[in-house]
Write a protein that binds this ligand. Structure first.
Ligand SMILES: Cc1cc2nc3c(=O)[nH]c(=O)nc-3n(C[C@H](O)[C@H](O)[C@H](O)COP(=O)(O)O)c2cc1C
Ligand SMILES: CCCCC(=O)C(=O)O
Length: 377
């Protein structure tokens, strides 16, 4: 049976994991399949959030609190998704957010994700907590632009060493994740006493790979310039939700800031990324990056379609990153599954741009948006 002849689901019917692939990207179906194929504690580690999971649940809704104001009669008949991220050309502004322990989702783990991202021309961010080494994933990306995400390690010397290795391995930026001074209280993981399954290892860190690692000494803005120097790479600060913090990062030497709630996995009741993004974009306007160019702002959290991505671009994001959709792609289809997700959301974005009379990511802006609700606020 092809997707085209498939019976349509009723509005209240949940996707069945056995359904054939529909002729469009169905992330609910991928998640339902992943839920049946993964061990419950692994699925819950990937899917879960902190506390009562309010931030997790609000993230996708927050993008949908905007409505589009399409432009017509502008002669736009083609949308080109190509752009640059910190000077590296990519074929889509939809990238892969760093996510840990990919070997639990697929035996090839991070290597499969890297190959898929390279095939689609999307940028991948590789987590410190990968099940493959810094160098192995760089080799799988085969020169396609990738970034390395750095976590504070218990030993500062080890953190410095990872930063240097990222520079040597050819990553194009170092992403400092700053929203994990301690691990969020993730009830699902606590219930399962989650730990990395036997046979898998954290390839870049010592220790057992539990959900409650002990991070090293706190970082401050002074570390931004230090890591840029150590690695020889531009620094992106991930996990910024306030304008004042964003400005402090840039003044300390960051080339970009990444608005994120860590997928609702750190503090609960945090402002959704979609609501924090405009404040951050406004705050860094006019603040030059170390190389004199404009500071770039990225965002993630609850982006589940190309239209969500369009809202993010229109609010001023230069790139939009996906977390769980990529997890479900890898868990259900390996590299092909990841490519399907990245290409699918990118195709939706291209289509949404055209429908709004925009020729590409740079041809978007707040004029395309109004707050949902009537009268518009
Ligand atoms: C299973 C999982 C593991 C994650 N691991 C990391 C990580 O190692 N480093 C990091 O900076 N962020 C990590 N994140 C956060 C993501 O980079 C990203 O901010 C978030 O997933 C985006 O939200 P979304 O899942 O709704 O798309 C993780 C997220 C998930 C779901
Ligand atoms: C040290 C944390 C492990 C990876 C992570 O960031 C996450 O699970 O959200």
């Amino acid at each position: 049976m092809t997707g085209l002849t498939q019976r349509r689901r009723g509005p209240d019917e949940q996707p069945r994991p056995t359904d054939a692939a529909p002729p469009y990207l169905d992330l609910d179906l991928l998640e339902a399949r992943a839920r049946t194929s993964l061990a419950p504690e692994v699925f819950d580690y990937y899917a879960g959030g902190a506390g009562a999971e309010v931030t997790l649940a609000e993230a996708p809704q927050a993008w949908r609190s905007w409505r589009l104001r399409p432009r017509v009669l502008r002669g736009v008949d083609r949308a080109d998704l190509g752009t640059t991220l910190l000077g590296s050309p990519v074929r889509t502004p939809v990238g892969v957010a760093p996510w840990a322990y990919q070997g639990m989702a697929h035996p090839d783990g991070e290597l499969a994700t890297a190959r898929a991202a390279a095939a689609v021309g999307a940028l991948m961010t590789v987590s410190t907590s990968a099940t493959r080494s810094v160098e192995e994933v760089a080799a799988a990306a085969a020169g396609s632009p990738s970034w390395f995400q750095l976590y504070r390690q218990h030993s500062p010397g080890h953190t410095d060493d990872l930063a240097r290795r990222a520079g040597d391995a050819g990553y194009r930026a170092l992403v400092l994740t700053v929203d994990l001074p301690v691990l969020g209280r993730r009830r699902r993981d606590l219930r399962h006493d989650f730990a990395l399954p036997a046979g898998l290892r954290m390839a870049n860190q010592p220790g057992p790979g539990s959900a409650a690692p002990e991070p090293g000494p706190p970082w401050t803005t002074a570390d931004i310039g230090r890591f840029a120097e150590l690695s020889g790479l531009p620094v992106v600060v991930k996990g910024v939700l306030r304008g004042d913090d964003a400005v402090a990062c840039v003044r300390a030497g960051a080339s970009a800031v990444w608005v994120s709630t860590h997928g609702g996995r750190q503090a609960d009741l945090v402002v959704p990324s979609a609501h924090a993004l405009p404040e951050v974009v406004d705050a860094v306007r006019g603040e030059p990056a170390p190389d004199g160019t404009d500071v770039e702002v990225y965002v993630d959290g609850g982006v589940r379609s190309g239209v969500d991505a369009l809202v993010a671009l229109a609010l001023g994001a230069r790139a939009v990153f996906l977390g769980r959709p990529v997890v479900w792609g890898l868990a259900t289809g390996g590299a092909d599954g990841v490519a399907e997700v990245l290409a699918g959301v990118s195709a939706e974005l291209a289509h949404a741009l055209l429908l709004c009379g925009a020729a590409g990511p740079a041809d978007t802006g707040p004029d395309l948006l109004v707050r949902a609700g009537w009268p518009p606020r």
